[in-house]
Design a protein around this ligand. Structure first.
Ligand code: PAF
Length: 283
């Protein structure tokens, strides 16, 4: 596996692969990789002739009070994981390579970004779509892989690829969890041992909400109340949101029907954690 730092190097390698008629899978990441990322890379390797992984903490998707400076980084560890998963190329650019001075073109998103994390993090999804536009144009993949853990991001990416006519198939992959149910995330490293124990409340609360729906409950409010009740049993947890939305337009719904996303964001101490489940209800 090769590790490169410039756009030029990626383009040259990809050009050779395209000449040979090889298909390319792409896994964009912000590094500090874990089993969740590995599952995306493995999926890409199984579906494509070549796999490119990007490792870039994108500054434009962080708000001024967010964790850009302290976001964990470890390229050496990441390279090992990417190689062991069978990828062919790791792209790790400097911010100045991706954003030369006077970068002034941005990507604006609406509707799918109105609620959930989009409402709390106003610059976030614009930044995600901006960096993905650049990465998609650099890597020119046939397929790109995203985790369901960031369910709103996945919906935003699907919409943005459709709206802007990127010829890329977007593939969503299931959430990978720790043994106790906590969704794997690079941000879990921020948690103290006590907070790490408390963080299990996210998946526990979602389990309770899902059980209610499976038992026949169709009122979003009742499901939200149940999840909230469970979250409130944990003194270290502070709820940011508990929402029930349709999984395509990410709009709140009163009645649980069709493909539904139940999503939560919860502060455990100062660390903001997200989790969700998707359920299809057709009755
Ligand atoms: O999900 C992430 O890690 C990031 O938002 C992404 C898609 C790599 C864009 O920076």
């Amino acid at each position: 596996m090769k590790v490169v730092h410039t756009i030029k190097e990626v383009r040259e390698i990809v050009k050779e692969w395209k000449k040979e008629g090889l298909s390319i899978g792409f896994v964009p990441t912000m590094g500090y990789l874990h089993e969740g990322h590995k599952s995306l890379i493995l999926k890409s390797v199984s579906q494509n002739d070549r796999t490119v992984v990007s490792d870039f903490v994108n500054p434009t998707q962080f708000g001024p009070t967010e964790d850009l400076a302290r976001y964990p980084r470890d390229l050496e560890r990441d390279s090992k994981l990417v190689e062991s998963a069978g990828a062919d190329l790791l792209f790790n650019p400097e911010p100045s390579e991706m954003y030369p001075p006077h970068t002034t073109t941005t990507v604006n998103t609406t509707e799918v970004t109105e609620h959930l994390c989009g409402a709390r993090r106003p610059v976030h999804f614009g930044g995600v779509c901006q960096v993905l536009t650049k990465l998609f144009n650099i890597v020119t993949p046939n397929r790109a892989y995203f985790g369901q853990k960031d369910a709103q991001q996945l919906a935003v990416v699907k919409r943005f690829v459709r709206d802007l006519n990127f010829d890329i198939e977007i593939i969503g992959c299931p959430i990978i969890r720790e043994d106790d149910g906590l969704a794997k995330s690079s941000r879990n490293t921020y948690l103290s041992p006590e907070e790490r124990k408390a963080a299990v409340i996210l998946s526990k609360s979602l389990k309770a909400g899902k059980a209610l729906i499976e038992a026949g409950e169709r009122s979003s409010k009742k499901v939200i109340d149940e999840i909230t009740k469970v979250l409130n049993t944990e003194p270290l947890a502070r709820i940011d949101y508990v929402s029930v939305v349709d999984n395509v337009n990410i709009q709140p719904i009163d009645t649980i029907k069709g493909e539904v996303l139940v999503a939560i964001a919860v502060y455990i101490g100062t660390t903001r954690e997200i989790d969700n489940f998707i359920i299809e209800v057709n009755d």
